[in-house]
Ligand binder design. Structure first.
Ligand SMILES: Nc1ncnc2c1ncn2[C@@H]1O[C@H](COP(=O)(O)OP(=O)(O)OP(=O)(O)O)[C@@H](O)[C@H]1O
Ligand SMILES: [Mg+2]
Length: 233
């Protein structure tokens, strides 16, 4: 469904992606593991169109998308939860979640239908829906960012280091929410970046490693033995 071939990108003269080949199949859960500065965010930003690509292709359902401007790409059904959550603090939580769909002029009845599905996956947000986003804890903010990505991500969800900074109990809760999402929406593909792969082990079927902008598939996925063989732990 999402096919990346030979993708390179440069920021301020530094090559941050080097001939990346990467594929995400419909309904797959894929981990992208790499240290700080490896290029995880750069790859997600390239998919969303926020990064100037110097060579290579990105295709979605076989259609090249590099010429599609960033504000149009969510229409493909791609939701993105950046590492910094960027919620609007003066808006309520529900207003934040609705916002990307309203920008895309999704009809109100469809927004309501999607919200219902989102609150089934993230029931704690239903209780907080009218609270201002300014009052959210870090963990609640991560949940709200996931919900916002779900609002437009009918096909693909890109999560940039969602577990970063979460206390263990909240990380477990977040992982449970992702498993609930897997069960209730098996057609949605998930691409999740992390520096520490252990939290993704219970649900990511495939793993790629990224180092200095180079991406390699980890043979055997996130099993401890394959991570060790790939120099990741
Ligand atoms: N705005 C920028 N200006 C200059 N260099 C940048 C910029 N953003 C990223 N870089 C560089 O691009 C490279 C890849 O960064 P990127 O943010 O994609 O890594 P990352 O894997 O997401 O790291 P982290 O785990 O810290 O989030 C790094 O060398 C980083 O220093
Ligand atoms: Mg990053």
């Amino acid at each position: 469904m999402l096919e990346i071939r030979g993708l390179s990108a440069v920021i301020e003269g530094v090559q941050v992606l080097r001939k990346v080949d990467f594929a995400l199949a419909e309904g797959a859960t894929v981990a992208l593991i790499g240290r700080n500065g490896a290029g995880k965010t750069s790859l997600l930003r390239a998919i969303m169109g926020f990064m100037t690509v110097t060579e290579g292709t990105i295709a979605f359902d076989g259609r090249p998308i590099l010429a599609i401007p960033p504000h149009e790409r969510p229409r493909l059904g791609i939701g993105y939860a950046p590492e910094d959550r960027r919620l609007f603090s003066s808006f309520s939580i529900e207003e934040n979640i609705r916002l990307p769909a309203e920008v895309m002029k999704v009809p109100g009845a469809e927004i309501a239908r999607r919200l219902e599905g989102i609150y089934q996956v993230l029931p704690e947000l239903a209780d907080l829906r009218h609270r201002a986003a300014a009052g959210l804890s870090g963990g609640q903010g991560k949940m709200a960012a996931l919900a916002r990505a779900l609002m437009v991500g009918q096909r693909v969800i890109l999560l940039d280091e969602p577990f970063q900074g979460l206390a263990p109990v909240l990380a477990q809760r977040y992982a449970t929410a992702l498993r609930a999402l897997r069960d209730s929406h098996p057609e949605i593909a998930l691409l999740i970046t992390e520096s520490n792969p252990s939290l993704l082990r219970s649900f990511a079927e495939r793993a790629y490693a990224i180092e200095r902008g180079e991406v390699t598939e980890v043979a055997g996925g996130l099993a401890a033995s394959s991570l060790e063989a790939a120099g990741l732990h």
